[in-house]
Design a protein around this ligand. Structure first.
Ligand SMILES: *Cc1c(COP(=O)(O)O)cnc(C)c1O
Length: 385
């Protein structure tokens, strides 16, 4: 096959499976409403769980940061792109989350790729929950280390796999709150199985940071577990963008030598670091508590209301409330019906989720009003009849 034939065949296969991914241009897609083509939809598909992407103080902090530093960092942190704003944010995160060090990355995807590329080598083994995010599984499958996937949230199976002979070190990989299912990992049991066998535990808490635990410190703090490596991302509950790895002093020094995504990539704009620091101060304080409480009320209201519907809900108690519908076509149809009623939801299809588990991935946020949840429930009711 030529390049052209190969690409055409791949696109045709996606189309035939109702799995072709397309982007939608929107005027704004992060807040309570998504606007597109002069139409306003109530937005149940954004990961801006606390509504901080539109917070006036965060916006002002970014503007002030840009006035002070300009709009770009000018280089990698190893050259001239590590400013006081970056340093202040790293120190704030480390202190808040109880780790010696934090290192900023441009995205969660980059942080995961960098960690997994820099740590395990040929003799080692990576054990990943089979529902881990693509950024983790892809990095693990590219790694020279052996990759084994354990059944979702199953510490007993993890322990069995850890007990198989391994010449090198073992790295266990999971998420705090799973991105497509919204359920939490049993971190204490996973950590105990890992540590009994001298492995290290990496937890990606993209969907927990800011949202759960005391002061919003995330899934690990909530479950009183301290993973060896904690990845937090800033594009979801924090409402901005970027990520950090929390770790020991030695691991941080090691990553500064070997994490290629840090060394060969422009650091985040300093103004973004200023905005992030403001967002974290809100998250830790009363405003964060109030927003988390509001989100919790919306989750409760939704779960109570959805019980009577002929739709399969999950055990998720997080902001992510998937409705598993099975076939791709049905998920697309349902999403379309909701759209026609002014409600924006996304159908998530394989390969993002396992085959046969296409779903509507509904996300609830603190920016919604109780009436929005009611409207959503009514529209689901109408659509599922
Ligand atoms: C979204 C997500 C990422 C990627 O983070 P970005 O900052 O958006 O690149 C990584 N891990 C998980 C679990 C995620 O849900």
């Amino acid at each position: 096959m030529t390049w052209q034939q190969r690409i055409t065949a791949a696109l045709d296969a996606r189309r035939a499976a109702d799995a072709l991914r397309v982007r939608t241009v929107v005027e704004n897609g992060a807040g309570r409403f998504l606007t597109r083509d002069q139409q306003r939809y109530c937005n149940f598909s954004s990961n801006d769980y606390l509504g901080l992407s539109q917070h006036p103080e965060v916006i002002r902090a970014w503007q002030q940061g840009a006035e002070q530093y300009g709009v770009g960092s000018g280089g990698s942190g190893h050259v001239s792109g590590y400013t006081r704003a970056h340093q202040a944010l790293e120190e704030h995160l480390a202190g808040w989350l109880g780790y010696p060090r934090a290192l900023l990355f441009i995205s969660g995807f980059a942080a995961n790729q960098a960690l997994i590329a820099a740590l395990p080598g040929k003799a080692d083994r990576i054990l990943a929950d089979r529902l881990s995010h693509a950024s983790l599984l892809e990095a693990a499958s590219l790694s020279p280390a052996q990759l084994r996937r354990f059944a979702h949230n199953d510490p007993a199976q993890l322990a069995e796999l850890l007990d198989k002979p391994c010449a090198g070190q073992q790295l266990v990989v999971t998420e705090g709150i799973f991105s497509m299912d919204g359920d939490s990992a049993p971190l204490a049991a996973l950590a105990s199985a890992t540590w009994q066998r001298q492995g290290w535990l990496l937890v990606d808490d993209a969907h927990g940071i800011g949202i759960t635990g005391p002061e919003g410190r995330g899934s690990a703090a909530c479950q009183q577990v301290k993973p060896d490596l904690l990845v937090v991302t800033f594009g979801k509950g924090v409402g901005v963008s970027g990520a950090a790895v929390l770790c020991s002093d030695e691991v941080a020094d090691y990553l500064l030598q070997f994490a290629r995504h840090l060394i060969y990539s422009t650091s985040m704009p300093p103004a973004q670091a200023v905005a992030l620091l403001t967002a974290f101060n809100l998250i830790r304080g009363e405003e964060g508590d109030a927003r988390r409480q509001k989100l919790a009320q919306h989750i409760q209201q939704f779960r109570r209301g959805v019980k009577g519907l002929p739709l399969q809900v999950t055990h998720s108690h997080s902001a992510i409330q998937p409705l598993i519908v099975g076939e791709n076509g049905r998920a697309l149809h349902l999403a379309q019906q909701l759209r026609s009623q002014g409600i924006w939801v996304t159908a998530i299809r394989p390969p993002t989720v396992p085959a046969g588990t296409a779903r509507l991935r509904l996300t609830l946020t603190a920016a919604h009003k109780a009436a929005d949840i009611t409207t959503l429930l009514e529209a689901l009711h109408a659509a599922s009849e």
